[in-house]
Design a protein around this ligand. Structure first.
Ligand code: BGP
Length: 478
């Protein structure tokens, strides 16, 4: 009976801004997510101009990992994690982004964290920017509208690569670089790129302009990283939500194919090293002014990634004869022709639960790129209840079990080269899209509510011991 490779990286995934807290500790500067107010399901988070007094910012304290990391790493070790994905807070290292020197206290925090992880044989998997651009770069430079920000990102990357070259092997440049393709939601362009649209601007043109600078930044960082340590494995990271045709009607099929380009554009460039023809044709057709400079083609070719990391939560469905609804409502996945899929259920937050879709995208991505893949986010956000001192999170176990069964099919039956699996939010953290604690992903509960109340005490859920034995049996016992 074939089993997953012995070196399969079972882990958990997190992001600095969603769990560290210490938002202004030891010299850290504010980032673009530090000015996001709390929202809720169907209630957008507000982007404030600066940190407003008397406003509650859920990411400021988050779950206070910054001060509790040894306790939490010990819990991750008890679970048997082989790796932990998290990000380095860009503004913890460069408080303003353009500082002459990095913040040594910030660098030391991650040195201490990586040492603690490695002490427990947990491999750090590091995202350089997980929506955490220094606010100063967004406000004073205009974020990635401005090509100067490319150099500031590359310098941040180089400092991290050099400082942690003997502690970190796996890196990712930008988390979900493709989120901003959903131009109806300003949260994505802001957190991806530090950019707010101005009156009368063409959203897609601005998205591609900033996207070009990010693609250049990613490619330059990859080249720098490989020069510092040729053993680095540096990946792209995209949100990969498949878009199904509602029916076998060829119009539905072609609509889904065309809309999938928004999922493929960024990884096409980061993996292949050149712009796809469907994008170049769109730029010409729409008259977009994309700031491609002399030499950029070589930069993209010389900065191709080693693997493709991606997040998978749900699938979406489109129908060619429905009226386009640009509400950006999550039910239609933010897609103009989005419709409910009658064959699958959704979570309390409207995310369609589709484990087979994971096997489907693993095959589609592997066939398209023929490089190793890494599932660096997958999870089930839900309300957890404490009953008699226990948390029986069966729905989360069922969700993860069903998705692991499918990834095993993709590897063992379909032959996909998969590096590892790091379920999102291995410990309860602040939700990105809503700023809530109520939308819990963790196998470890944290006593903290949406308003910031609670003891911060940690507590194992049933899924803690379940996942522990999944890892111990290399995915055999589900
Ligand atoms: C992805 C982000 C993560 C995480 C996840 C879950 O887009 O990469 O940061 O937040 O979504 O989303 P949410 O936290 O909104 O439930």
């Amino acid at each position: 009976m074939k089993t997953l490779p012995n070196d399969f990286l079972w882990g958990g995934a997190l992001a600095a801004h969603q769990f560290e807290g210490g938002w202004d500790a030891d010299g850290k500067g504010p980032s673009v997510v530090d000015v996001l107010t709390a929202g809720a399901h169907g209630v957008a988070r507000r982007i404030t101009d600066k940190v407003e007094p008397n406003e509650f910012y859920p990411n400021h304290e988050a779950i206070d990992f910054y001060h509790r990391y040894k306790e939490d790493v010990a819990l991750f070790a008890e679970m048997g994690l082989k790796c932990l994905r998290t990000s380095i807070g860009w503004s913890r290292i460069f408080p303003n982004g353009d500082d002459a020197e990095p913040n040594e206290a910030g660098l030391q925090f991650y040195d201490d964290l990586f040492d603690e992880l490695l002490k427990h044989d947990i491999e750090p998997i590091i995202t350089l920017s997980h929506f955490e651009m220094p606010l100063h770069l967004a406000r004073e430079y205009g974020g990635f509208r401005n090509r100067e920000v490319v150099e500031h990102f590359v310098r941040f990357a180089e400092v991290c690569f050099d400082r942690y070259k003997d502690k970190v092997k796996y890196w990712m440049t930008f988390n979900e670089i493709n989120n901003k393709m959903d131009v109806n939601n300003p949260l994505f362009l802001w957190t991806n790129s530090g950019v707010l649209l101005e009156e009368g601007e063409n959203a897609r043109e601005v998205m591609y302009q900033t996207g070009h600078h990010e693609l250049i930044a990613s490619a330059l960082a990859v080249a720098k990283g490989k020069a510092i340590n040729p053993d680095f494995e540096i990946g792209a990271m995209v949100s990969h939500v498949p878009i199904y045709p509602y029916s076998s009607n060829p119009d539905d099929v072609m609509l889904a194919e065309e809309m999938m380009r928004q999922r493929y554009f960024f990884p096409d460039v980061q993996v292949r090293g050149f712009y796809p023809s469907y994008a170049l044709n769109e730029f010409e057709r729409e008259g977009y002014n994309i700031p491609i400079l002399e030499g950029d083609e070589e930069i993209l070719q010389n900065g191709k990634v080693d693997y493709l990391g991606f997040s998978y939560y749900m699938s979406t469905t489109v129908k060619s004869d429905v009226v386009a609804d640009n509400s950006g409502d999550i039910v239609n996945g933010g897609l103009p022709n989005g419709v409910e899929n009658p064959y699958i259920q959704s979570s309390d937050w409207g995310w369609a639960i589709d484990p087979v879709g994971l096997r489907y995208v693993l095959n589609r991505l592997y066939d398209r790129y023929q490089i190793p893949l890494f599932i660096v986010e997958n999870g089930f956000g839900a309300v957890d209840e404490i009953v008699d001192g226990k948390i029986h999170d069966k729905a989360r176990i069922d969700y993860l079990k069903a998705h692991i069964e499918q990834l095993k099919q993709a590897v063992l039956y379909d032959g996909v080269d998969l590096i590892g699996y790091t379920p999102w939010g291995i410990i309860d953290i602040v939700s990105f899209t809503t700023g809530e604690m109520k939308k819990r992903y963790g196998m470890i509960y944290v006593d903290r509510d949406n308003e910031g109340n609670g003891s911060m005490e940690r507590m194992k859920k049933d899924s803690f011991d379940w996942y522990k034995q999944v890892i111990a049996t290399n995915g055999e016992n589900l």
